[in-house]
Every structure is written in C-alpha cells, then in structure tokens.
Design a protein around this ligand. Structure first.
Ligand SMILES: [Zn+2]
Ligand SMILES: [Zn+2]
Length: 312
C-alpha cells in the first residue's frame, strides 16, 4: 500500500488555520478543527502514518542498496576464515551477500544487513569433509535448504524479500572497471617491483597485444604488476612477505619465493575476475565503442525495477 501518498494528502490540509479557507464556501468553513480531526479519512491516514513510522524503524539500521557493487563486495568480505567455513559451490559468500546477508561474530551465522534477521547454517562435521559421494549428496541438499532460507528468512517488512542484488551488479561489464585496474596498478606499483613476483602465463599473444597498446595509451608499464592489477589483485607487503588480496572474493594469497602464481586460479571459482578479465581486455581494445547506449539501457532497467519495487 502506498502510505506516502496518504501522508501527502494529510499534509495539504491546513489544520492550524481554518481562516485561510475561502469564506465564500460555507460547506468548507463549517468544517471546524475538531470536526476535521474526527474525519474518518483523516483518522485513517493518521493511523497509517503512525504505523508506517514504527514499521520502518528496524530497517534504518542497515542500508538497502541492492544495485550497489561496493556494498555487495563489503558484505562478501564480512565472511572470513574465522566466521565462515562452509566450502560449498552453491552456498557461496557471493550468493549470501546477493540476498542481503553478511557474516556475524558467530561461526557460520548470517545476519541481514537491514532487518537484523539471523540464520545459523548448521552442517555436521562429517559432511564438511565431504570425502565420499553419499556425504556429498546430503551436503548439497542441506545447502539447497539453506539457500531457500536465504531467500525467505528475512523479517516480513525487509526489502530484500522483494529485490535481491542481480548477478550483473557483480559482474565486470562496465567500462568504469578499467578505472579500477588503473587504481590498482597505481597502488601496486608502489609496493613491489616487477621482478619480485613470478606469474603463470595465462594470456594469449593477441590479448597481450591489446593490453600493451592500452598501457601505452594510458602511460602504464605492462609487466607482472600490471597483470596482478588486471586480475583484480591488490598487492600488500607484510614484513618481507608479499600478499595478494582480492577484494571481490576475499581471497588472500601469500607469495612463496620462486613459485609462479596463477592469477586466475587463486581466486574463488565464483569471483567476478575469473571470467571478467576477458571483458576488461575487450573494453581495452574497444574503448570508443563502449558507447553510452549500454549504460542508458542498464539505468532504465534499474529504474523500472525500482518503480515496481516502490510503486506497485
Ligand atoms: Zn532482511
Ligand atoms: Zn577474487
């Protein structure tokens, strides 16, 4: 029900100064202040405006921004080794975060960022180390059950029940992501030298050609540091150790001396960079053709969803 429309109607009637109502209209002037407050319609809207205030109160705790990638990634990063140890291909931190949940300070307990609902994922130890096929089947079914709860486990007035974060918000499909590569490169090139890290060759010659040209146009130096940045890794030095960190999937990797690192395989399987780097290279080869048309189309789609969410 659209309660906001109701409060607007109420707001347009000036209860304090009945003198402003034209004296020529007897019908209106007869409606004195006490009578107005007894009016059924006004009473109705007054009651729902009060109800609305009390209902929205718990939601102010969290932010409901289903189309915001940064918020999604923040929720993903709340699930760490010390509060999440479910190793499922289905029940992933990405899925959990897309449905509005994040990690809590209790092992395998999720909480909604808006309605504060909590969901404890209980999986018996013998199923966690799924070394036999029967166990794997049961583990999968249990995860499916919890995925249903991710969808339905919010409180009644929680907006996540209506619209979750669509997958394309997470995917790398927007030319703004080239800016992220540049930022990562700026940061990473201050941490180490190209020779400090060895990487497995995962790019084709054609891809390397496109990347080199783009780097030249943008005044960047193609090398191992650039590759780390292209694959979404932030490089940090911890003492004498080098650590790679993916903010998109939360993976952390310590680099061992003389060991080549595979910049794709080190991500979680569901990380947006596993496939997304190919889109980045396409965008590098085709920056001019990355017309505004797609962006306008995306925006219209989002507006349409918001319209349905709030006005239908
Ligand atoms: Zn919720
Ligand atoms: Zn990742």
């Amino acid at each position: 029900m659209d309660t906001s429309r109701g409060s607007k109607v109420l707001g347009s009637i000036d209860l304090e100064s009945p003198a402003k109502i034209s004296p020529s209209s007897h019908r209106i002037t007869k409606l004195s202040r006490p009578k107005l407050s007894q009016n059924k319609t006004i009473k109705y809207f007054q009651s729902i405006s009060k109800r609305r205030l009390t209902q929205t109160k718990p939601l102010t705790k969290g932010s409901y921004l289903p189309y915001d990638k940064r918020e999604l990634v923040k929720r993903i990063n709340t699930l760490k080794y010390n509060n999440w140890n479910v190793n499922s291909k289905k029940l992933t931190p990405l899925l959990i975060a897309r449905y509005g949940w994040e990690g809590s300070n209790k092992m395998n307990e999720l909480k909604c960022c808006c309605c504060s609902a909590r969901l404890l994922i209980k999986i018996p130890d013998e199923l966690m180390n799924n070394d036999n096929e029967d166990n794997e089947v049961i583990f999968d079914k249990l995860c499916d059950k919890y995925i249903d709860e991710l969808k339905a486990g919010h409180k009644d007035n929680c907006p996540w029940l209506k619209q979750v974060t669509p997958m394309n918000v997470y995917e790398i499909n927007n030319s703004k992501e080239l800016g992220v590569v540049k930022e990562l490169y700026e940061f990473n090139s201050k941490q180490i030298k190209n020779d400090d890290i060895e990487v497995v060759d995962v790019l084709t010659q054609d891809q390397v050609g496109v990347i080199r040209r783009w780097c030249e146009q943008n005044g960047l130096v193609y090398g191992n540091i650039f590759q780390c940045s292209l694959f979404g890794w932030r490089i940090e030095k911890i003492g004498s150790k080098i650590m790679l960190k993916s903010e998109s999937c939360g993976r952390r990797v310590f680099i061992e001396d003389n060991v080549q690192v595979n910049l794709i395989e080190e991500h979680h399987e569901w990380c947006c960079y596993v496939e997304g780097y190919k889109n980045l290279i396409k965008m590098m080869g085709n920056v001019e053709n990355n017309s505004d048309e797609n962006t306008v189309e995306n925006t219209l789609q989002r507006l349409d969803k918001l319209r349905k969410l709030y006005f239908e």
